[in-house]
Ligand binder design. Structure first.
Ligand code: HEM
Length: 147
């Protein structure tokens, strides 16, 4: 049985949960939160935080595992990224995704140690958001751009 379409659908569903969460945080939640009274902000954070931590790690796990499963089928192109535009663009996409994972693990570690201050959290969110814009663009460009 060809598992590729199944992995692709899982990858897409997980991507919209993860990308959607980060997009919502950067474009809507953070700008609005700044205008809320401190107690409302604390209450919102207290309710949202656990919900995000309960859902997003699963989406991230599915996203990366399905991505790895699909990438395995392109291992030839990935072994020599310089030989094809597809191999190069997919390699950059994977490198950006690895960097996103480093951001997530670092942020979670800092949060657990109570050292993820709001300014730093905002910077991490914006950086992850910019990575995702690049990842989604590369995910499509790798099939449509060639040189
Ligand atoms: C933040 C992490 C990631 C995001 C947001 C993301 C997002 C996406 C999106 C939106 C697509 C386009 C699917 C389509 O429209 O057909 C895609 C395709 C793909 N991704 Fe990812 N991805 C991520 C991580 C990874 C990782 C870690 C790998 C591999 C190690 C990977 C491998 C692939 C492959 C091989 C495709 C091509 C699938 C196809 O269309 O045939 N991705 N990704």
């Amino acid at each position: 049985m060809n598992t590729y379409p199944f992995l692709l659908v899982l990858h897409l569903y997980a991507a919209f949960v993860f990308v959607g969460t980060v997009t919502f945080e950067v474009l809507f939640l953070e700008p609005v939160q700044k205008r809320l009274p401190a107690d409302v902000r604390r209450a919102l954070g207290g309710q949202l935080g656990p919900r995000v931590r309960a859902v997003v790690p699963w989406a991230v796990a599915v996203l990366y595992l399905a991505g790895l499963g699909m990438a395995w089928q392109y291992r030839g192109a990935l072994a020599s990224p310089g030989s094809s535009s597809f191999g190069l663009l997919l390699s950059i996409k994977i490198a950006l995704a690895a960097s996103v994972l480093v951001h997530v693990v670092t942020a979670m570690t800092l949060a657990r140690r109570q050292r993820l201050h709001s300014a730093l959290r905002r910077r991490v969110h914006i950086s992850v958001f910019c990575h995702m814009v690049g990842i989604v663009l590369l995910a499509k460009a790798m099939f449509h751009l060639s040189w």
